[in-house]
Design a binder for this molecule. Sequence first.
Ligand code: ADP
Ligand code: TRP
Length: 331
Amino acid sequence: METVVSGIRPTGNLHLGNYFGALKNFIKMQNEYNCYFFIADYHSLTTHPHPDDLHGNVKSILVDYLAAGLDPEKCTLYVQSDVPEVIELYLFLNMNAYIGELERCATFKEKVRQNPQNVNAGLLTYPTLMAADILLHKATKVPVGKDQAPHLEMTRTFGNRFNNIYGVDYFKEPQAFNYGGELVKVPGLNGSGKMGKSEGEGNAIYLNDTPEDIRKKVMKAKTDGGPTEPNQEKPEAIKNLFQLMSIVSTPDTVAFFDEQYNKCAIRYGDMKKQLAEDMIKFVAPFSEKIKAISADDAYISKVTKMGAEKARESARKTIQEVREIIGFKPF
Ligand code: ADP
Ligand code: TRP
């Protein structure tokens, strides 16, 4: 059976971008593949080196994962730092990762632009740690959103380079995976092309947002003066609204507003009201479950212990083999 690995950094609650870009696939994949899903808490230190509440952040992502339908009996659900074997693989991969290629990585350049005062070595080697996460379990499928494509390309490079340098056929090439075919990119609400935690105020809708939060954010979403000619092409902000609607509303609703747009009769206020109500309906079952699971610390402790054990079993095996391949041997 093919192996799947994916992780999410604990730097905020899960939003609709995370859900449609990644989590939705996790939930389906756990029934069909050997899945490892983890919370990338080491990775979160690359951008948040002094987190106020690392433990609390890990807990809230874990709770979101469970509430969204990940089943710890069906998949291996773990916290990255509970499986320190990954650091050893990260070290080995770093020995054959070149500064130039790391500096050229699009996601690195973007982080440097966003946060020029914190360009640390961990940030530069973020792709090697991510490659270690994936190669540690010898995964071939990685359910992630479009923004992660450069990291997967680097993972393949590092895996192939390891095979070439040590003359083995050990690591397989992992591919990004989405059931729908194309990788998904969910837009934000404030004109940002991507819904994300670090894309500014009001950009993301979180699974645990209250109806009031959602109404406020959606009503503030960027629009324009409206179309002036029939069947006019939609500008970026309007396309984003329609795209968001297409993920939470019925096809009939989308078709209705599309027609209104094409007839130059659209009222963005009405469209946003409808979008907000459909988003509220979508997140309601999640918020309920989030509350219940959050209060059950014994369950959370049991889940993480079980996950760590299962993940370490697979990790130890890989590390032992990798050590032998490189030439580390006991005397
Ligand atoms: P953020 O961008 O909010 O910091 P992460 O980088 O932690 O989110 O993303 C976690 C997962 O969710 C990744 O697999 C990523 O590809 C996916 N993801 C995040 N935002 C989006 C989005 N707007 N559209 C599609 N997938 C997304
Ligand atoms: N880089 C991913 C993100 O920001 C998180 C991540 C870390 C990950 N390690 C991974 C995703 C391994 C998939 C596989 O979303």
